[in-house]
Design a protein around this ligand. Structure first.
Ligand code: AMP
Length: 395
């Protein structure tokens, strides 16, 4: 796979798949610029190398042309963040796009209309991909968030650029961060898996058991493991269909010398609400009518030791219902442990859905080594899958 630096960009038009699927408010103004800023290093590098950029992205999940999801709403913000006027094509293929791409000069940036206004995008249509490819000389994929989709702009388009394709800087960072954990991580390697269900994380657990030395299992997932081993979990979230399976996982972990750490105490409540009564109890003795919504203090002390001695840390999934302030302590405290371990030299990667939301909400994003920009793409990477968008750059 080529990096940007290995591509000839001088005088070339680069079509770049970015992830500008940004949130808009009711006035169609961008409310979070993270994704645009994340693509900026790649865009700047192309411009500095003497090229021009044709940016393409999806926004939302439109069925056909949907004015509220037009990328024209983000042109002003992208222009401001890039420090230059961005040209806009009112369709991603067709006459307007062709004319504007043909007229594009070195140093200029063209943004194409929402790719998903054409159903061919998500269908991975080869003709649609070719029409996009014909606008440019080189192809760069910098959209990790959609790299797990075999869509026209993320995967199929690459067929049209034999040697002239490369990984963008953001996508490259994501790949390197995952490799640092799963392939080249300094030992001890620790994975922390939380969130609600075991069933949604099975493939991840199976894959990472071969890569880690320690595995902390927290959040709602933990109760299935506790019940399987004979504990009373009361009304806590628990997947009874997976009891045998969790026992198998524990056996597998033992055989692979992976130390599993489960919570020993929990903050339990009588109703799934922030305001209901709370008490800290042993995780094996949760009375009927009570459910555990957060990790307790002894669990956190135990986890602290494991986190502080780890040299490589992967965190996916909260330790409790962090959306309720009264049950966010476990997730926040775990964040402080990871922050401390990172300051001591560990590499820490936070990825996949709700843990990313939690680290942002509680201010840890700058204090860990890397926060992934892709939810589903990160989860599939942790499952050990080769993402089609990345594979397409190799061929
Ligand atoms: P996931 O999408 O599987 O990573 O799960 C994230 C969700 O798990 C968050 O919305 C949390 O509120 C939820 N969660 C974490 N711990 C618990 C728990 N003990 N009981 C119920 N839900 C939980």
């Amino acid at each position: 796979m080529k990096t940007l630096e290995q591509l000839e960009l001088n005088g070339k038009k680069a079509i770049i798949r970015v992830d500008f699927n940004v949130p808009l408010n009711d006035d169609q103004k961008v409310t979070d610029t993270t994704r645009i800023l994340a693509a900026k290093p790649t865009i700047d590098a192309v411009l500095q190398a003497g090229g021009s950029c044709i940016l393409m992205s999806h926004l939302g999940r439109p069925k056909g042309i949907t004015p509220a999801l037009s990328l024209k709403h983000i042109v002003a913000t992208v222009s401001e963040l890039l420090g230059k006027d961005v040209i806009f094509a009112s369709d991603c293929i067709g006459e307007d796009a062709k004319a504007k791409a043909a007229a594009l000069k070195a140093g200029e940036v063209l943004l194409l209309e929402n790719l998903r206004f054409h159903s061919e995008e998500t269908q991975g249509d080869t003709n649609f991909a070719k029409a996009l490819a014909n606008l440019a000389d080189v192809y760069i994929n910098d959209a990790f968030g959609t790299a797990h989709r075999a869509h026209a702009s993320t995967t199929i388009i690459a067929e049209n650029f034999e040697e002239n394709k490369a990984v963008g800087k953001l996508l490259q960072q994501e790949i390197e961060a995952i490799d640092k954990v799963l392939k080249t991580g300094e030992k001890p390697v620790l994975a922390i898996l939380g969130g609600s269900k075991v069933s949604s994380k099975i493939t991840i657990i199976e894959n990472i058991l071969d890569k880690v030395d320690h595995l902390i299992i927290g959040g709602g997932m933990a109760y299935t493991f506790v019940k399987a081993q004979g504990g009373e979990v009361g009304n806590s979230i628990c997947e009874d269909d997976y009891l045998d399976y969790t026992l198998e996982l524990l056996e597998k972990a033992k055989a692979k010398n992976v130390q599993i750490h489960l919570p020993v105490d929990v903050v339990a409540t009588t109703e799934f609400s922030n305001e209901s009564a709370r008490k800290t109890i042993n995780i094996n003795e949760i009375p009927s009518g009570w459910e555990g919504l957060d990790a307790g203090p002894t669990s956190l002390e135990n986890f602290k030791k494991v986190v502080l001695q780890a040299k490589t840390i992967l965190w996916n999934g909260p330790l409790g219902v962090f959306e309720f302030s009264n049950f966010a302590n476990g997730t926040i405290t775990l964040g402080t442990f990871i922050e401390e371990s990172t300051a001591n030299g560990a590499f820490s990667l936070v990825g996949g859905g709700d843990s990313v939301a939690a680290v942002k909400q509680f201010g840890f994003a700058e204090k860990v080594s890397y926060v992934s920009t892709g939810g589903g793409a990160m989860l599939e990477s942790l499952e050990g899958k080769t993402l089609p968008g990345i594979a397409a750059l190799n061929t």
